[in-house]
Ligand binder design. Structure first.
Ligand code: FAD
Length: 345
């Protein structure tokens, strides 16, 4: 492998039902930053059937170029044709970096593609930057510049590992949704669109989709919510979450929770914030009866404003909170709700 031949930052622009997923725009945003550091461009790889119109949105969020792989075989996500599409793009265009979202689709696709093109992949990254590797010089070992440094929690979140891929290309990572920032939208920005079709010949690995049953969500996805009212073990029961729902109603907020509340069976897993739940970045995050374990903080500490309510003044949640209320949530939450109701009635 001649590493010097590999140039440019590529991101997989995930779309479902001809709608770009949020992660696609987050990756374009991050890819643009990395590309700037490397003095190169960010290219979005758009894969699907009849998806060309989405290229303009990718351009508006910062893509310099869009490679469009459009084929009827790519209408719904299936592992084999999508792997073939991305592996063929990598073989033809030789990118230096290739990023994929750590979504259900990306977690299936990323490792498969990396194995096919024979490179490494760091899964579920929470930070990406360009730097030297090894980070600190080691006597007798060459320090390489302009490497992709991929950071992710390791050993159950007890430590943070920074990983590089110095000997193979592309440097591949899957990236946690909700962690990277989208770039500011520029409606006038245009991208060069290049169509590429490697040819798709169905074989035994092409799964036949018989039916698609969509989950119907009754509540807003916590990753999209502007205000979250989050409860933990301190809430004590499923019934007591009613208090948090009342507060959320007054604020136009969505209820979320810690893993302890999920493990206790009080709330469903898709409301869990944290390392093994979702990463959220709302304008306002209430942490109610949540201690602030590192695995919880990993999913919410980037919130704009954090308000913690906890009876233990030494709880670590107060270290990241902008405002803290020390006391019994059973008294404070209803009082706050009543006060807000009176204020906004
Ligand atoms: P606790 O830590 O038990 O805290 C309850 C808090 O409520 C305490 O601070 C207490 O003072 C307060 N309290 C009690 N009663 C009241 C009251 N009446 N009024 C006010 N305050 C009160 N956790 C997550 O949340 N998300 C994750 O994604 C996640 N992933 C994990 C992954 C791994 C690999 C591991 C090992 C753990 C993970 N955890 C995760 C679990 C995490 O370590 C903590 O156990 C969990 O976050 C604790 O939840 P909690 O804060 O609700 O409960």
């Amino acid at each position: 492998m001649n590493i010097a031949e590999y140039k440019g930052v590529f991101v997989f622009a995930q779309q479902v039902d001809n709608e770009l997923s949020g992660i696609a725009l987050e990756l374009v945003g991050k890819g643009k930053e990395l590309a700037k550091d490397l003095g190169t461009e960010v290219t979005a790889v758009l894969v699907g059937s009849g998806v060309k119109a989405l290229a303009d949105e990718l351009a508006a969020y910062g893509a310099d170029k869009v490679i469009l792989v459009d084929d009827p075989e790519l209408k719904e996500y299936r592992t084999e044709p999508y792997t073939h599409a991305l592996a063929s793009v990598i073989e033809k265009y030789k990118p230096e970096i290739f990023l994929v979202g750590a979504t259900a689709i990306g977690r299936d696709l990323g490792p498969r593609v990396s194995a096919r093109v024979h490179t490494g992949l760091t899964a579920d990254c929470t930070r990406l930057e360009i730097g030297d590797f090894p980070i600190n010089p080691i006597p007798g070992r060459e320090q390489l510049h302009n490497q992709l440094l991929m950071t992710r929690p390791a050993f159950g979140g007890n430590t943070i590992a920074t990983i590089a891929c110095p000997e193979f290309r592309p440097q591949m990572a899957t990236v946690r949704p909700g962690v990277m920032q989208k770039a500011r939208k520029d409606e006038n920005a245009k991208a060069v669109i290049e169509e590429f079709n490697p040819g798709f010949t169905p074989n035994n690995n092409y799964v036949e989709i018989l039916d698609i049953v969509k989950a119907v969500a009754e509540t807003e996805d916590i990753m999209d919510a502007k205000i979250l009212v989050s409860g933990g073990r301190g809430v004590c029961s499923a019934e007591n979450f009613k208090m948090l729902e009342d507060l959320a109603d007054v604020l136009g907020a969505t209820v979320s929770c810690s893993r302890a509340a999920v493990d206790s069976g009080w709330k469903p897993k898709d409301l869990q914030v944290g390392q093994t739940g979702k990463t959220v970045r709302p304008n306002l995050y209430f942490a109610i009866g949540i201690s602030g374990a590192i695995q919880h903080l990993a999913g919410m500490e980037e919130s704009d404003v954090i308000i913690a309510i906890n009876k233990d003044e030494t709880a670590p949640i107060f270290d990241v909170a902008d405002y803290g209320i020390v006391g019994d949530l059973n008294k404070i939450v209803p009082a706050l709700t009543e006060r807000l109701k009176a204020e906004f009635a």
